[in-house]
Design a protein around this ligand. Sequence first.
Ligand code: SF4
Ligand code: SF4
Length: 335
Amino acid sequence: MEYRILGKTGLKISTLGFGGIPIQRIDAEGTKTLVRQMAAAGVNYIDTARGYTVSEEYLGVALEGMREQFILATKSMVRDKEGMANEIEISLKNLRTDYIDLYQFHNPNAAQLEQILAPGGAMEAMLEAKAAGKIGHIGVTLHSKEVFEKVIEYDWVESVMFPYNIVETQGEELMAKCAEKNIGFICMKPLAGGAIEDATLALRFIAQNPHVTVAIPGMAEAKELEQNMAAMCDQRPLTEAELTQIQQIRQQLGNNFCRRCGYCAPCSAGIGIPAAFVAEGYALRYGLREYGEKRYEASGAPASSCVDCGLCEERCPYQLPIRNMLKKVAETFGK
Ligand code: SF4
Ligand code: SF4
C-alpha cells in the first residue's frame, strides 16, 4: 500500500481509502468483516457522513478495539453553530470514539459557505470542537467548482474532497493549487457514481495524478478491496489500450450524465430521477433492454409524468438538464 500526507493535517494516509456510502447496503456484521480486511490490507482511511444513514453507527461497532488503526473522517450538512456542535457529538457517539481525525463541511454552496463562516455559523462549533480535542482537522467536501475556487483561499481549509474521475476532470487545475497550498485532496466519485464500470481502469487513471492524496471508492467486499488496491498502487503509465478505453468512456458518457447523488429529490411527480437514468443506462449502454425495463418499472413514476416544475434542476449540483434528459428516457421506454 502507498501512503501520502493529507496536506496540512500531516496525517499519513493510504492512497486507497474507504468511502462509507455502500455500508448502507450491507449490515453491521458485513461492515466488521470489511473493516478487518481493510486493516489487514493497510487501508487506514475511512470516510463517512452524518447523512449516510447507518454508516457511522455500523462503522462505530466495527471499529471497536481497532480505532487506532484508522484515520476517521466524517461530515455534516448542518450550517449553524448549535446544530454543528450537536452533529459532532452524534458522530462521536455513533463512531464510538472520543476523537475524529477530520470533520468536514458537507457540500456547501456559496451561500451556505457564507452562513458557515458568519457569526453563529458552523465554523464556530468546529473551532471549539478542535480546541477541545474532539476533532483534529477541518475540511470541506464540494461538488461546485466555484466554491472550490473560493475555499482554497482560506487558511482553515486542510483538505478538500471533490469529484475526480475519467469523465470529471473539471477540478484538475484546482487540485494542483491544493498541492501548492498544502491542502490535501480527497478524490470522491472515482467511478463517476457507478457510471464507469471498469473500476481498475478508473483507479489507474486517478493514481496517475500526483495531486490526489487519496481516492475513496465505495467497497462492500474483499474482492473489490483487492482489485482497487492493485489498481491504486500500480504506478505504471497508462497503456495505449487503456488510453483508448478512456476516450471511449468519455465519448459514451459525455458531460450530461447523472452521478446518482440524489440531491434532485424529491421529484414533484414521484419520478425516481437517478434510478430512471440508471435503468436507461442498462437498456442503452449495456444492451440489457429487458433488465432496464424492469428497473424502470421499479424506479417510480414514469419519466413522462414530469410536470415541468424545474425544482430538480435547481437542486442538481451538476446543473444537468434533467427535464430534457427525462424526455429521452421516456422515448427509450415509451412512457
Ligand atoms: S421538473 Fe419534472 S422531474 Fe423535475 S422535479 Fe419537477 S416534475 Fe420532477
Ligand atoms: S440528476 Fe443531478 S442531482 Fe439528481 S442524482 Fe443525478 S446528478 Fe444528482
